[in-house]
Design a protein around this ligand. Structure first.
Ligand code: MN
Length: 203
């Protein structure tokens, strides 16, 4: 058994102009593909290859750095493609919106908090909206390909929204303007998919 690169649910150019086709093509077909292939190589000869990715991520301290980096890379990008949609943007509805209002005061305050977290992550990493272990929503960021599910994470929880702020995610179109990329990102956020995982985890 080995891990495989998942297909996108939309075309490379479907998220343009917010995320351009060339960036999507390289990001999925080169960067994500490399994480998958390096993860499979790193797990060869270990019992990790028989486990599901979430179990590996939750016990990442037991694995070598190559599994942490590439397993994180595979997990994070798989989540990222799912929370993007050409029909995205706007605001969530229902219980997720209620939880955001209750935790952050308003949707705009949540967006500011998340954007700041993405903006202030130094170097490469991710910003996250998580359901923490007490069932509360929280925002944080992590370095490299770490994520809040990892047992070594500084902020722990189940991520339901993630934003890749590695330069490979935006440099072709936005160069050094990470803030512009972050503000464009909100136009393609798939709140339906995020609400579904929120409801699933809240049960
Ligand atoms: Mn990436």
């Amino acid at each position: 058994m080995s891990f495989e690169l998942p297909n996108l649910d939309y075309a490379f150019d479907a998220l343009a102009p917010h995320i351009d086709a060339r960036t999507m093509e390289i990001h999925h077909g080169k960067h994500h593909a490399a994480y998958v292939s390096n993860l499979n190589n790193a797990l060869k000869g270990t019992d990790g290859i028989e486990k599901n990715l979430e179990d590996i991520i939750k016990n990442i301290s037991k694995y070598p750095a190559a599994v942490r980096n590439n397993g994180g890379g595979h997990f994070n990008h798989t989540l990222f493609w799912k929370i993007l949609s050409p029909r995205g943007g706007g605001q969530p509805a229902g219980s997720l919106m209620d939880a955001i209002n209750s935790e952050f005061g308003s949707f705009d305050t949540f967006k500011d908090t998340f954007s700041k977290s993405a903006m202030t992550r130094f170097g490469s990493g991710w910003a996250w909206l998580c359901l923490d272990n007490n069932g509360k929503l929280s925002v944080c960021s992590s370095p490299n390909q770490d994520n809040p599910l990892m047992d070594i994470a500084e902020c722990k929880g189940s991520p339901i929204l993630g934003l890749d702020v590695w330069e490979h995610a935006y440099y072709l179109n936005y160069q050094n303007r990470r803030a512009d990329y972050i503000s464009a990102f909100w136009n393609v956020v798939n709140w339906d998919a995020i609400s579904t995982s929120f409801q699933h985890l809240s049960k």
